[in-house]
Design a protein around this ligand. Structure first.
Ligand code: G1P
Length: 300
């Protein structure tokens, strides 16, 4: 799927905030950044890079902490390994090993202190080109499937201008885990105008059950807004609050409602679901896994 052929390209850089400690995955994250944990055999961050590249990005800017600087080396070529695989005729594996480095350019910026998602995104501003009027942000905890949400968001930005986010409908008692939208109809199915946005509201205060799903196509104006917000939910600088500030100042913001699958791989329960979902789509694992799951569930 090549979005750039259908709509003029709205962005070329994808920011991927990946500076978190991965506390929900301790002890594994003592040694391995959570973005490198494999979904079946492929690290989550490679899946994110694939999605960004398919949507037209040619550069991924990974925001890391000082301790996780090594994260992006995953995208380097590995000549020795590649030679060995080639000599042994393991061409299927060779292709898999080479995939990450071929997707897009990968650079890092360091977030020195854990001051929140908004602060993480702000760190990437300094490496954007002067002509980049919008940027994509992909949260690596969220797998949004099938790919295509960013294409739909680019089409909406082309039509309405401003910024476009991805929304999913969540159960009312789960809203406090998300940024939640106050929305109005546009007349187009699954495209809503955003009147306001609030980070992690109590269920009673939530303006809707439409929640942010970790995909953002943000007008460059977001960086000015990120500099003007103060710490919000959890004492952190929230991307949600910068979006809310833009809306209050008259900047158009819309959401595309995603009706497909979304996995939260930032916690073990969601990660396991994603792994099973992906494995069930892989010919070499599907039959035996399905059989074993049936057996296991019936044996309860
Ligand atoms: C972040 C955002 C939130 C969004 C969520 C999606 O929260 O702040 O607005 O709904 O990602 O996964 P986090 O999950 O990092 O607490």
């Amino acid at each position: 799927m090549d979005a750039s052929r259908r709509t003029p390209r709205q962005f070329r850089s994808a920011i991927v905030p990946a500076a978190g400690l991965g506390t929900r995955f301790l002890p594994a994250t003592k040694a391995v950044p959570k973005e490198l944990l494999p979904v079946v055999d492929t690290p989550g961050i490679e899946l994110i890079a694939e999605e960004a590249a398919q949507a037209g990005a040619d550069r991924m800017i990974v925001v890391t902490s000082p301790e996780k600087r090594g994260l992006a080396t995953y995208f380097d070529e590995q000549p020795e390994l590649e030679n060995t695989l080639a000599q042994r005729g393991r061409f299927g594996l060779l292709e898999k090993v080479r995939n990450a480095a071929k997707l897009l350019d990968v650079g890092t910026v360091v977030q020195r202190r854990p001051l929140g998602l908004g602060h993480a995104v702000l760190q990437a501003e300094s490496v954007l080109g002067a002509d980049e009027s919008a940027v994509a942000v992909l949260l690596p905890d969220d797998l949004v499937l099938p790919h295509g949400a960013l294409d739909a968001m680019a089409t909406v930005r082309e039509r309405f201008g401003g910024s476009v986010l991805c929304a999913i409908e969540v159960p009312a008692d789960e809203v406090s885990a998300y940024g939640v939208f106050d929305v109005a109809a546009t007349g187009e199915p699954d495209v809503l105008r955003v009147r306001g946005m609030v980070e992690k509201p109590a269920p009673a205060d939530a303006p809707s059950t439409f929640a942010a799903a970790g995909r953002y196509l943000l007008d460059r104006a977001i960086f000015g807004a990120l500099r003007r917000i103060t710490p919000g939910a959890g004492g952190e600088l929230q991307l949600t609050d910068a979006v809310a500030l833009l809306i209050a100042e008259g900047h158009p913001v819309h959401v595309v409602v995603h009706r497909g699958t979304r996995h939260d791989i930032g916690n073990p329960a969601g990660y396991l679901r994603a792994a099973i979902d992906f494995a069930l789509q892989r010919e070499e694992y599907a039959d035996s896994l399905r059989g074993w799951l049936h057996e296991r569930l019936n044996a309860r």
